[in-house]
Design a protein around this ligand. Structure first.
Ligand code: AMP
Ligand code: ZN
Length: 149
């Protein structure tokens, strides 16, 4: 697992280290889950790795795999505890995507009929060969990443 340096200004590193209080619901050697202090709905839970990584793209695969392995159990517990009918699992990556705390985290948001959260986001369409060009560009980037390893 990763041994990244904690960020001394990071709120989630402070929570992981127990320097500021949190309502923890799950802890492992590599991850911590706690209630979001300003929930979108009651029971809104945050899952973080203990190690500091700014966003999903910087997460080591082993940490991502570990956090991912906790999600089904954590989501079932949040859903059962809140009586939610469904839930969203969201990661905001970068300020432009709404990330305000730059320590990669999963939001688990319980959902209720007629709650105030609105989905879907506005969707677009591809025209011409935009879709196939985009497919090629992403495939090329994935190949570059494999070659760089
Ligand atoms: P994001 O906008 O994706 O970076 O989400 C950051 C989340 O962290 C927000 O939903 C905040 O309500 C939550 N948050 C900020 N400070 C705390 C804290 N001290 N304890 C628990 N959750 C927090
Ligand atoms: Zn951090």
């Amino acid at each position: 697992m990763s041994h990244s340096v904690p960020d001394s200004h990071c709120v989630f590193c402070k929570i992981v280290r127990g320097e500021i209080p949190s309502a923890r619901v799950l802890e492992t050697a590599h991850a911590v889950a706690f209630l979001d202090i300003n929930p979108l709905n009651p029971g809104h839970t945050i899952l973080v790795s203990r190690s500091h990584h700014a966003h999903l793209g910087e997460l080591p695969e082993a940490i991502a795999a570990h956090a991912g392995s906790l999600l089904p159990r954590l989501c079932r517990a949040v859903k059962a505890a809140t009586g939610a009918e469904g839930f969203n699992v969201i990661i905001n990556n970068g300020p432009v995507a709404g990330q305000t705390i730059h320590h990669c985290h999963w939001h688990i948001v319980p959902r209720f009929a007629n709650d105030s959260i609105r989905w879907p986001w506005p969707q677009g369409k591809y025209s011409g060969d935009e879709l196939s060009q985009m497919k090629s560009r992403i495939e090329q980037e994935l190949e570059n990443a494999v070659r760089a390893e």
